[in-house]
Ligand binder design. Structure first.
Ligand SMILES: Nc1nc2c(c(=O)[nH]1)N[C@H]1C(S)=C(S)[C@@H](COP(=O)(O)OP(=O)(O)OC[C@H]3O[C@@H](n4cnc5c(=O)[nH]c(N)nc54)[C@H](O)[C@@H]3O)O[C@H]1N2
Ligand SMILES: Nc1nc2c(c(=O)[nH]1)N[C@H]1C(S)=C(S)[C@@H](COP(=O)(O)OP(=O)(O)OC[C@H]3O[C@@H](n4cnc5c(=O)[nH]c(N)nc54)[C@H](O)[C@@H]3O)O[C@H]1N2
Ligand code: SF4
Ligand SMILES: [Mo]
Length: 709
């Protein structure tokens, strides 16, 4: 064990804040404490409460330290061999009886690059199944689809965060950065100090919106119309950049025509944002030399998320922003490895290096690295919700790693029931999540401080997480799990347990792909505080050592698209999109809109953060945020339980009455299971391209709950 501080990164969100871990051998509790790491540029030492308290989960009291096997209906401690034998046996039996596609695999954007890569390979090479997808589908998939359509490439931010304070105007669409990435708020503060302006678009006046020069509060699910209305005004006011449109884009005529059909007055009626506010936004965005649009889950988690992102990109293209200094469109990716986790093959349609599974050349390249016949690789499978929905019917057995869909999937009661209907469920996790509670076998895995690996943050910066401590006995890494299962299923080679060995293979698999990591080594990552992809190996292929000193080493790519876009002709593509309603509009029976999201002290399904006392004290449970006018109408009382009912089910949580939300909308955070579970209510209507569910808007009825007795 190390006795000095180990520099590493936070286990939670996509900011991947740098931190130092110092061993505390005699503390009796967590084996390490978090201290400041000012040398990492993204957060410069600052951390939010989640990062600061992350070591609490390393204590044996809250985590899993032994495999569990269900016997007579009850999960009981068991040995590793027995647990692994059981999983391998069930997967093998399922494959024989129902075919390989009856085995499902579900991953997570919290997995390191090495794990995500290995999971994709495990599914295709060991199980031979096409049925793999992951929770990132619920996260940034609409932005990814929009980015690929327009730019030919999906890297959440095409520029580093440090560019934000240098731009003239930021339009932040549906991001509550102040709660979801607190240390990044600094970039917005610096933007304003430098004279830049901030527009925040959110149906709620959030802590982030409070920082804005202009806050627009549209009705949920109307961002597409809003963006089209802004583009209409840009054209009407003669603010387009014709030279840029000519030189660097295609498809303008069709996109322009679509936008011109969205008159400001029409857009005002749809969105609730007034025409003067629209005009003011256009002025703020167009006057400075540089400007950015950044989207997060607010506009993306809709059944029209991809088109909405397309409309915002159109606005950027028409005004000549992408590929210019301190300008362009970006998506704020969410999970710890939300970026890298979507690049290396745990996605249904994908091979490592952000290659396409249905591209013959990609199949040949990756099959060669894997030492298999390209024809043996299955084709694309189902998207996350469709995969979960097929459990118990087409999918008979599921291996789940790093997600807690009982809490986080849309229409969660149905998904819970589907999980129970599986013949066999295996879950690898660090804690006994609500989903692990339903498993037949649970495997306890190591955590960030106990293992090495790389993540890729929201800027596309590949980072090295270093192992700081030895894991407790009885706990093994996800890589060990896949190695042992592969071995038991007859594949002895190709599933190493050493993360660096996996990364070396990932480099080769990604070489020449859109997300090219081949020029990156662990050594470089440690020395350079991260490297931005694409970073091809510039020497001869296969060269491994001495990259940092190699004068030919590719420096990495902090800024994309400066010369050309990643499309075949190098031009960015406008998309012709039109406003459309929600999959479920309010009606007489369900007259209110529910939107969902996050609070600062809980992370995602809460499986981890609900086990940390300090975070629980700050955010102990679910709530329903609503406007005083709506509260009066339904008889809601502050702090008293309120029922929210949708076509999928009913949830109950205390009312939080505030003027910061629109009167036609209620908000619930989704971090809790049980009665207050927001996802009991949400609508799994999917975006046709990204297959993103409509987490951010469904029709509900709000009712007072009469107390018993
Ligand atoms: N504390 C905390 N931080 C996190 C996470 C966490 O769980 N907790 N998760 C991480 C992950 S994986 C992610 S993806 C990010 C998410 O980060 P964000 O996208 O910032 O988080 P959300 O709270 O889901 O949504 C942001 C805002 O969208 C608004 N919104 C709702 N509907 C609409 C709409 O129709 N249009 C617009 N414009 N806005 C709307 C909500 O009011 C909310 O304030 O956070 C990351 N960081
Ligand atoms: N209503 C509503 N629902 C939403 C959203 C929303 O805004 N509204 N947001 C969606 C979004 S953006 C996301 S990203 C999803 C996230 O939702 P989930 O996929 O449920 O994400 P987490 O809660 O982070 O679950 C991760 C699980 O993996 C475990 N874990 C952590 N690290 C590792 C590891 O290295 N290996 C293994 N094996 N396990 C690990 C954790 O303990 C935890 O149990 O939720 C989505 N659901
Ligand atoms: S902002 Fe994200 S990465 Fe930074 S400390 Fe908080 S949870 Fe960790
Ligand atoms: Mo996310």
């Amino acid at each position: 064990m190390q006795t000095t501080a180990t520099p590493t990164h936070c286990p939670y969100c996509a900011l991947q804040c740098g931190m130092n871990l110092t061993p505390t051998p005699d503390s009796g509790g967590s084996p390490v404490e978090v201290t400041e790491r000012p040398d990492f540029p993204v957060n410069r030492g600052a951390l939010c409460g989640k990062g600061r308290t992350a070591p609490a989960l390393l204590s044996p009291g809250v985590r899993l330290t032994s495999p569990l096997i269900r016997r007579a209906g009850v999960l009981e401690p068991a040995g590793w061999d027995e647990a692994l034998d059981r999983i391998a046996g069930e997967l093998s039996r399922t494959r024989t009886e129902h075919g390989p596609d009856a085995c499902g695999v579900f991953g997570g954007g919290g997995l390191t690059n090495e794990k995500a890569y290995t999971l994709g390979k495990f599914a295709r090479v060991v199980l031979g199944t096409s049925q793999i997808d992951y929770n990132g589908r619920f996260c940034m998939s609409s932005a990814a689809a929009g980015g690929i359509k327009a730019f030919g490439l999906d890297r959440g931010l095409p520029f580093p965060l440090e560019d934000i304070p240098k731009t003239g105007c930021v339009i932040l669409v549906g991001s509550n950065l102040a709660e979801t990435m607190p240390p990044a708020l600094r970039y917005l503060t610096e933007l304003k100090e430098n004279g830049g302006t901030l527009v925040v678009i959110d149906p709620r006046r959030t802590r982030t919106a409070e920082q804005a020069d202009l806050h627009l509060a549209p009705r949920p699910g109307t961002d597409l119309a809003l963006a089209l209305g802004l583009l209409h005004l840009v054209v009407a006011e003669g603010r387009t950049d014709e030279a840029y449109i000519q030189e660097r884009t295609s498809g303008w005529e069709e996109a322009r025509a679509a936008a011109m059909a969205h008159w400001p007055e029409y857009v005002e009626r749809i969105t609730g944002v007034s025409v003067p506010e629209l005009r003011e936004t256009v002025r703020m965005f167009c006057e400075p030399e540089s400007a950015m649009v950044l989207t997060a889950r607010g506009p993306e988690q809709h059944s029209k998320g991809t088109d909405t992102v397309g409309a915002w990109i159109n606005l950027c293209l028409a005004t000549g922003r992408p590929g210019r200094p301190f300008s362009g469109y970006g998506c704020l990716t969410g999970q710890g490895n939300g970026q890298g986790g979507r690049e290396h093959g745990q996605k249904a349609d994908q091979l490592p290096g952000y290659r396409k599974l249905d591209d013959p050349a990609a199949r040949r390249h990756v099959a060669e690295v894997w030492g298999v016949d390209p024809d043996s690789l299955p084709g694309p499978g189902r998207s996350a919700y469709e995969l979960l929905d097929a459990m118990g019917t087409d999918i008979r057995a599921l291996l789940l790693m790093a997600s807690n869909p009982v809490v986080s999937a849309p229409r969660a009661a149905h998904i819970e029931e589907r999980l129970k209907s599986l013949d066999f469920l295996a879950v690898a996790d660090v804690v006994l999540s609500e989903t692990a509670e339903l498993a037949d076998v649970v495997l306890p895995v190591t955590q960030w401080a106990e293992e090495g690996g790389t993540t890729t943050n929201l800027e596309g910066r590949v980072l090295l997480r270093k192992q700081a401590i030895t894991p407790p006995e009885g706990v093994h890494s996800d890589l060990h799990v896949m190695h042992e299962l592969a071995d038991r299923l007859g594949v002895e080679k190709g599933f190493p347990t050493d993360p660096e060995e996996v990364f070396e293979e990932l480099r080769r698999a990604s070489a020449g792909g859109p997300a090219d990591y081949s020029g990156i080594t662990y050594r470089r990552l440690a020395e350079e505080n991260g490297v931005f992809w694409p970073c091809p190996a510039s020497g001869s292929a296969g060269e491994e050592e001495g990259r940092a000193e190699d004068p030919r080493a590719h420096p990495g790519t902090p800024r994309l698209f400066l010369d050309r876009f990643a499309t075949p002709d190098g031009r960015a593509r406008f998309v012709a999109v039109n406003h459309r309603p929600l999959a479920e509009e309010p009606d007489e029976e369900y007259p209110v809109l529910l939107t969902t999201g996050r609070v600062v002290s809980q992370y995602q399904s809460g499986a981890q953060t609900r086990r940390v006392d300090e975070l629980n004290a700050a955010a102990p449970g679910s709530f329903v945020e609503l406007h005083p006018r709506l509260a009066e109408r339904v008889g809601a009382v502050e702090g008293e339980p309120l029922a929210v009912v949708s076509r999928r089910g009913r949830a109950v949580a205390p009312a939080r009455i505030t003027t910061s939300i629109r009167p036609d909308t209620v908000f619930m955070p989704f971090h809790w299971p049980g009665e207050g579970r927001a996802n009991t209510l949400t609508n799994p209507a999917l975006d046709p391209t990204s297959r993103m569910p409509e987490f951010k808007a469904c029709a509900v009825r709000v009712e007072r709950v009469e107390r018993m007795g």
